[in-house]
Design a protein around this ligand. Sequence first.
Ligand SMILES: [Zn+2]
Length: 378
Amino acid sequence: MAITYELIKTCKQTGARLGKVHTPHGSFETPMFMPVGTLATVKTMSPEELERMGAQIILSNTYHLWLRPGEDIIEEAGGLHKFMNWNGSILTDSGGFQVFSLSDLRKIEEEGVHFRNHISGEKLFLSPEKAMHIQNALGPDIMMAFDECPPYPAEHKYMKDSVERTSRWAERCLEAHKRPHDQGLFGIIQGGEYEDLRRQSARDLTSMDFPGYAIGGLSVGEPKDVMNRVLEFTTPLMPDQKPRYLMGVGSPDSLIDGSIRGIDMFDCVLPTRIARNGTLMTSEGRLVVRNAKFARDFRPIDENCDCHTCRNYSRAYIRHLVKANETFGFRLTTYHNLYFLLNLMRQVREAIREDRLGDFREEFFEMYGFNKPNAKNF
Ligand SMILES: [Zn+2]
């Protein structure tokens, strides 16, 4: 098996899991946050910087790499790890989510999905077999099954048909996967907010014995309490001895609440995207560095943070760079936000080890301001 999971312990206070995922490119501790490097780069960060900040696994997007530069070029380079000079673990998604979120004029058939390239307008077709072929060429440690990610909200009838098709596609993915010895394929449990459909999807997929499972179709616009409720009834349906990945979730509160509900892996573009906008996550909540009040503020972004940015640069300097659209400013803000989330997950793992994740959640939410009425999401 390319991917194995080791459960170290569960938190007595919350049930959260402390574990390790072993991959052909090393092991990473869980719960873990995976920075997103859509086009084989985490925007503005070098692989050396990612390693220095403690990233152990990153995510890349099949859809984008398929369109440019093309999976054949990456295969010729010796795979994604060599192409981008990243020696840690890599997970790629299946391209399904981008087909459903970026392209218009898509048409879903049993065979696959017809759609238009969001850059050139060219007609394209993606299917379970094609998604496996591309990911086998890219060569990540973990690849994802091709699924449909329906919008929120979706009617029960639509969702049921979609879940059943996703199960049939998952079987075709397993059959088409050519490198199970060195690439682990994860199945994706869908079903929206419907407990019966999540149950059906989990039953179908766990019977196929994937080396890991993801929960898809969350963080697509539903309220936080809906997400938490879905996690509460879905994670108990997933095998204990395999990793569990919650797709597309990366706000600090959701990382903690997801861990408490038994999730091991998370990814999201949120920290890097808001960084390029000058918004920072800090131990005292959100900080919008463009604000005029920081013009003469020579303190670090986060006085409790020991990242490279906070040890060396001031709010005033970073504000100036971001306002002047200087690339270096975006590098500094991106570094801090990723470090902040990786460090948050280190604290979550420590709290699980010491059976106090519930207390940690209370303290963190209080400090960050999540307990205030009208609190922002991140
Ligand atoms: Zn920092």
